[in-house]
Design a protein around this ligand. Structure first.
Ligand code: SF4
Ligand code: SF4
Ligand code: SF4
Length: 362
């Protein structure tokens, strides 16, 4: 059975359709949660993501995969855990002791923990191989990929240590759906008492002033800012999949503003005179929507990223135009030199030149 409201819930787990980038932008093809869910609780119905709540066992394995934090569980908040990590004694992330399934974290969380703490996080993956959540090895491979991504980032930044993976015991694990349900319903009462501290992410999402940036991205920026002295190399040739620097071709951009209107995080904004486009790399989550929506392929991801720009929200003007009135249609358009005629009228002239010629000859 499925629900079709914006928020779909099982007992503790919820999926917010308004925060899902796939549902927010019709052409986005994200289905990371569908791929990782061990119980096939997510389905794409009429191109929209739908949670079949009866199938969800509230294991939290999918939470970290969501780039826009549309998925959450009231029993464990990876953002709250990440923020408190620097003050915890034991730097061990273990589904048996300190956390929910490590699938609840992604590279944003690991990098934040690694930068803000004196000691690197150690991830206990000893139980992954035998865990019933790890069907087709998808959950373990997601966890490993995110840790690898983190360690590449840390190493490129000049840090000599990285997140440690522990794979020691192979004790038999076979948590069944019923066990998960029972375990989580037992903690439900305790959760209700302390719901606020467990739901930092949900509280953040209710904030009317937030600009669409996922909380894990905000925490990562803060960790970079506070620990920039630990980073020996701030300028990089790659964007690590989690950042993107954009560029706009002056020749191709029509200043239509579509990229601005569809950017989910306000990384792109009109200049105050509306005749140009500003970009804040510290707000860009590399979703690619602007590239997709641009009809003239004017906007692209540029090579390289500077972490100081990301951490300190350094904005840059990508294009600026002088808007002039088109001599044919009298509409304002971005002037690039030559006859004052807009692209639409220039195309029209070219497409129907033969008709005008015939008229002239008659
Ligand atoms: S991973 Fe997140 S953004 Fe992607 S389809 Fe699932 S809920 Fe939507
Ligand atoms: S980059 Fe593309 S979408 Fe953005 S304003 Fe220019 S033409 Fe429009
Ligand atoms: S600037 Fe483009 S890639 Fe970056 S968040 Fe906005 S739409 Fe996504």
């Amino acid at each position: 059975m499925s629900d079709f409201s914006f928020i779909q819930k099982s007992e503790l787990f919820s999926y917010s359709g308004t925060n899902c980038i796939r549902n927010d932008y019709y052409h986005h093809e994200c289905q990371l949660c569908v791929e990782i869910c061990p119980e096939d609780a997510f389905h794409i119905v009429r191109d929209k993501l739908t949670l079949f709540s009866n199938e969800c066992i509230e294991c939290s394995a999918c939470i970290g995969s969501c780039p826009t934090e549309a998925l959450s569980i009231t029993s464990f908040d990876p953002n709250a855990y990440t923020v408190s990590f620097k003050d915890t004694q034991e730097k061990l992330l273990s589904c048996k002791k300190t956390t929910a399934c490590l699938g609840a974290f992604d590279a944003h969380h690991y990098i934040t923990m690694a930068l803000s703490s004196e000691q690197m996080p150690a991830c206990d993956m000893s139980h992954c191989q035998e865990c019933s959540l790890n069907k087709d090895k998808k959950v373990a491979s997601f966890i490993r990929d995110e840790i690898n991504k983190t360690n590449i980032f840390l190493s490129d930044c000049g840090l000599k240590d990285g997140v440690v993976i522990i794979e020691e015991t192979t004790e038999e694990e076979n948590p069944k759906r019923a066990l998960f349900k029972a375990a989580f319903s037992k903690v439900k009462d305790a959760i209700e008492e302390d719901e606020k501290s467990l739901s930092m992410t949900l509280e953040y999402q209710k904030d009317p002033n937030k600009n669409g940036l996922p909380l894990k991205f905000l925490h990562l920026k803060q960790a970079l800012k506070e620990n920039i002295s630990k980073v020996s190399f701030t300028s990089h040739a790659t964007n690590f999949d989690i950042f993107a620097k954009k560029e706009i071709s002056f020749k191709d951009c029509t200043n239509c503003g579509d990229c601005i209107n569809f950017c989910p995080t306000e990384a792109l904004l009109h200049t105050s005179d509306k005749q140009g486009i500003n970009f804040n790399v510290g707000n860009c989550i590399a979703c690619g929507i602007c590239d997709h929506i641009c009809k003239t392929d004017a906007i692209k991801t540029a090579k390289g990223i500077d972490l100081v720009d990301v951490a300190f929200d350094r904005g840059v003007e990508l294009v600026h135009y002088e808007m002039v009135m088109c001599s044919e249609c009298r509409c304002p358009y971005p002037y690039r030199g030559g006859d004052p005629i807009c692209d639409r009228c220039a195309d029209f002239r070219e497409d129907f030149a033969h008709i005008f010629t015939l008229q002239k000859d008659m």
